[in-house]
Design a protein around this ligand. Structure first.
Ligand SMILES: NC(=O)c1ccc[n+]([C@@H]2O[C@H](COP(=O)([O-])OP(=O)(O)OC[C@H]3O[C@@H](n4cnc5c(N)ncnc54)[C@H](OP(=O)(O)O)[C@@H]3O)[C@@H](O)[C@H]2O)c1
Length: 228
């Protein structure tokens, strides 16, 4: 039996995606930060025997290795690297720590997680990285805003996507980056135009349609290409 792994499932888009995949009958392994499970994730866990909750802190190597160990040989057909962070630090207040924190969680974390799970991906598995329009060099959205540490870390995640797609092509593993758009979460804020349910639904549909031709690509949530 193969599994869907969703990181950062306690809230936001990760929680929305967890609901989607449970509703459609998948076995879901949902990660939450150690000691931080939301009431809604607990409620879903009581409702669905197909949900397994597992702690994971992407900033901690030991946590990544323990997460892989708890899978205990289970196979994976989809990994959604959803967990992410941003500090929103204005120019003039930047610190090295802010840049490194975002890079650690948004870029190095997914890279090390994929490496730790490498043997468990089935042929034809999909790895989806939740990227951002803010990482697009072409679009360079809102350069006046406080998004540098975040945008830079997501651009690194995009590069990871491209390189891994080539590395894993022989195993027919598809690696793609999808930007969810601007979504009503703690990160996106309530003024965002898209609800968590809408975004999760669209991402779910797009993941279903992902094929080898999409591997190494960057897309909007409806699977139209997003310029690097
Ligand atoms: N919302 C938007 O408008 C938007 C736009 C573009 C891209 N995105 C991307 O979409 C993804 C989901 O965003 P969101 O809006 O749902 O964010 P969110 O509401 O802020 O949720 C972020 C999730 O990531 C988890 N997380 C943070 N640091 C972590 C760490 N060190 N280890 C493991 N998990 C960690 C959080 O866990 P805790 O609950 O324990 O803090 C939470 O579950 C992110 O990758 C984000 O960059 C969002």
């Amino acid at each position: 039996m193969s599994h869907v792994i969703i990181t950062g499932a306690s809230r936001g888009i990760g929680l929305g995606l967890t609901r989607q995949y449970l509703h459609t009958g998948h076995n879901v392994i949902a990660s939450h930060r150690p000691g931080a499970i939301s009431d809604e994730l607990v409620r879903l866990n009581n409702e669905y025997s197909t949900l397994t909750l597992t702690p994971l802190d992407l900033a901690c190597d030991q946590s990544i290795s323990e997460f892989a160990d708890t899978l205990n040989g289970k196979t994976i057909n989809l990994l959604i690297n959803n967990a992410g962070t941003t500090n929103h630090v204005d120019y003039g207040h930047w610190s090295r720590r802010d840049f490194l924190d975002s890079y650690t969680i948004n870029a190095a974390g997914p890279a090390l997680l994929i490496q730790a799970l490498n043997e468990l991906f089935v042929s034809g598995a999909k790895i989806v990285q939740l990227s951002s329009g803010l990482a697009s060099l072409t679009e360079n959205i809102n350069p006046a805003g406080p998004f540098e540490e975040y945008a830079m870390s997501k651009a690194a995640l995009n590069m990871l996507t491209r390189r891994l797609a080539a590395k894993l092509a022989e195993r027919r593993i598809i690696v793609a980056a999808i930007s969810p758009g601007w979504v009503q979460t703690d990160m996106g804020g309530m003024q965002a135009p898209t609800s968590i349910k809408e975004a999760s639904c669209l991402i779910n549909q797009s993941i279903k349609q992902l094929s080898v031709e999409h591997s190494g690509g960057l897309f909007h949530s409806d699977l139209t290409p997003l310029a690097w």
